[in-house]
Design a protein around this ligand. Sequence first.
Ligand code: BT5
Length: 266
Amino acid sequence: MNPQRPPRPPLDLVTLQGLAPWRVEVVEESPSTNAELVARAREGAPEGLVLVTEHQTAGRGRLDRVWVTPPRAALTFSVLLRPAVADRWWPWLPLLTGVAVVEGVRAAGGPACGLKWPNDVQVDGRKVAGLLAERVETPTGPAAVLGIGLNVSQEREELPVPTATSLALEGAPVDRTRLLCAVLDALVGQVEAWVAAGGDPSHQLAAAYAERCVTVGQQVRVHLPSEELLEGRATGVDTGGSLLVEVDGRTVAVSAGDVVHVRPAG
Ligand code: BT5
């Protein structure tokens, strides 16, 4: 850590109070905002609840991986939705979240980001944000918890892996409160349009995703949960949100749950 670095400011709670339709709660420390919001969803918490923590101590990634961020250096938060759309469209939720993060970062003065399918947010191939969407069955119906970890002011040595970056390292030292407002603003726009279309991505979301997706057109290597490896060219995203990969002349649809990792072939 750099001893010369000025203290990092906390989130501005007053600004975050006025973000209707969201209800934003900020806690100083949380093991995982996703884990906490999943529990709150089961207890009946309403759509629109946003749980933010200044310091996440046991952040979850996909497939038991971890998400690591120092206090006040990142945005770590989760959003509770109860979208009235058919189950078959739910796989679009993480993709929709990615679109909103890219839009929000840009609106707050950050760099142009790309989406590595399904939902890594990258700047020039380096990961600046990770998203974790979880579906929860609750007494009042299914809920979605959308978790977002966005690196804001970390310095190089504060990042857990060399493939990571932060907005500050990309030359955009964005204020976290402003950034959170911008991402939530973009998210409400995306969610409203998607729900109004009954979840059908062909109205707007599929195009918005395709525009920002940096995976399609690339040679990719996909690790499947069965430990199998798939190598081919990503040709598109189908209506179910799956990545289409052309392997030896045939097209394979890879659903969100199946892909561990996608990289340009080296
Ligand atoms: C993700 O998983 O990228 C999903 C991360 C979601 C984090 C948010 S924070 C708020 C909410 N509450 C939670 O508990 N989680 C969500 P995955 O694609 O599995 O990527 C995890 C991998 O990213 C790790 O194995 C590391 O290699 C790398 N990683 C960990 N921390 C990182 C960071 N701060 N920046 C960039 N890469 C990171």
